[in-house]
Write a protein of this length. Structure first.
Length: 47
């Protein structure tokens, strides 16, 4: 494997991995947002 092949491979894998991690973080944030907003709405309904 030449240096160019290795560099392109690492660039593609690094960029893909970064986008995948960002997507997973956004899913976790959406899930937490739904959980916390529902808990807040239930608290307001009880008052």
């Amino acid at each position: 494997m030449s240096n160019l092949d290795f560099g392109v491979t690492m660039t593609v894998l690094g960029a893909g991995g970064t986008l995948l991690i960002l997507f997973l973080i956004s899913l976790v944030m959406d899930l937490l947002n739904k959980i916390l907003l529902n808990a807040d709405k239930k608290k307001e309904a009880q008052v």
